[in-house]
Design a protein around this ligand. Structure first.
Ligand code: GLU
Length: 386
């Protein structure tokens, strides 16, 4: 029998997409899958099989980002800590365990000649716009290098008020930040059931969720397994975040070897579909829902370049208005003051004022530190009427 008990799946009414069509995929791995709790070690053969699946996606040209839990579970045994831990115990465990966790991933990926890069994020890195732009740029650079980021929450410094605490929602934020088109949550459940399977052995697994409604939220019990923080509730929250950002999401059973290949072959799982895509969702977010902190005025040459899909360079900016910080949303206005778009600006107002009208190659000289070549990157911009 499959792990997960009496599974009867509801026939998908909607056709689910094929895994082949996704180009940027976040894979989230839960602690209980990766760590053998009694030994306090990584389940190597399971990890190697998963990494073979990831390498296959990578080799066909997709970018893969991994959000891996397991630092606390691994470090706890090494540090000899007991089951119930204070915050500082978890933080010390994470400090010990994260080293082992990353090196296991790096070793497994190296067998496929893939380079791993460790990225530890805090809640502020994903929620404060200034830091968000940095984290996004780093992930973008790693993907451009064809490296695979191995991401976890920076548990050693996060305090309880400012931490995610679960990697489900962290993975959804990573998917949003990286403009991923698919998020796969590998977990110790097969997917979302109409009722918690622990209460009802005949509960049916939903193959497709077209929209996260209150009814769907009601299906998520609160239960979490002992080692992982997130239960179904945080997974549904992740689904809401990911689908709003234009990514599809899958909850799939990770307790099998080659769990991603299983999904690709049509194995049992729950798909949460989005009606959007990452680029459109990001443009809607920038174009509509943010408070404007100022404006940059551009010359006709720059206005034409923007209309042609280019980024806004400092050279095309004629005037700066307002007091804004790096990462804030500003209006882009033509010389007559008409709004032609909006974007997340890469410089504080003071710095923007100093580099406006100047060549990008002179930025380092003018500001004394190197900065981004673009005042507003085209991915961070929404043009009016588009
Ligand atoms: N960041 C935690 C760790 O690596 C895991 C959080 C979770 O289980 O979702 O141990």
């Amino acid at each position: 029998m499959r792990p997960g008990g009496n599974v009867s799946s509801r026939r998908p009414v909607t056709q689910v997409p094929s895994l082949d069509r996704f180009n940027r995929i976040v894979v989230k791995v839960g602690s209980s899958l990766l760590v053998d709790a009694s030994r306090g070690s990584v389940k190597k053969s399971w990890l190697n099989a998963l990494v073979a699946d990831i390498a296959a996606l990578h080799q066909r040209g997709a970018s893969v980002l991994v959000v891996s839990s397991g630092a606390i579970a691994l470090g706890r045994t090494v540090a000899g800590l007991k089951r119930v831990m204070k915050l500082e115990d978890s933080q010390a465990s994470a400090a010990v365990g994260q080293i082992a966790l990353s090196s296991e991933w790096a070793q497994a990926l190296r067998k496929h000649s893939i380079v791993a890069g460790q990225v530890l994020l805090t809640l502020q890195d994903t929620e404060e716009r200034r830091r968000y732009l940095n984290a996004r740029a780093t992930l973008g650079r790693l993907m451009a290098m064809r490296a695979i980021p191995i991401i976890n929450e920076n548990d050693t410094v996060a305090t309880s008020e400012i931490r995610y605490g679960d990697n489900d929602r962290l993975a959804a934020r990573v998917a949003t930040m990286a403009s991923a088109d698919l998020l796969i949550l590998l977990s110790d459940v097969a997917g979302l059931y109409e009722a918690p399977p622990s209460d009802n052995a005949h509960a049916r697994l939903l193959a497709v969720v077209e929209r996260v409604t209150p009814e769907i939220e009601g299906m998520a019990g609160g239960a979490a397994s002992e080692l992982s923080r997130g239960g179904m509730r945080t997974k549904i929250e992740a689904a809401r975040m990911a689908t709003a950002a234009g990514a599809h999401m899958i909850i799939a059973d990770g307790r099998v070897d080659h769990p991603i290949a299983r999904v690709a072959e049509g194995g049992l799982c729950t798909w949460f579909l989005t009606a959007s895509n990452p680029i459109a969702a990001r443009k809607i977010w920038i174009g509509g829902s943010l408070e404007l902190k100022g404006a940059v005025f551009v010359d006709p040459g720059a206005a034409a370049a923007l209309a042609g899909g280019k980024s806004l360079l400092p050279a095309g900016v004629t005037r700066i208005e307002g007091v804004f910080s790096r990462g804030d949303c500003v209006a882009i206005r033509d010389e007559r003051g008409a709004e032609i778009g909006r974007g997340l600006v890469a410089y504080d107002a003071l710095h923007a004022e100093r580099i406006r009208g100047r060549k990008s190659r002179d930025i380092a000289h003018i500001l004394g530190t190197p900065g981004r070549a673009e005042m507003i990157h085209r991915d961070d911009m929404a043009l009016a009427g588009r």
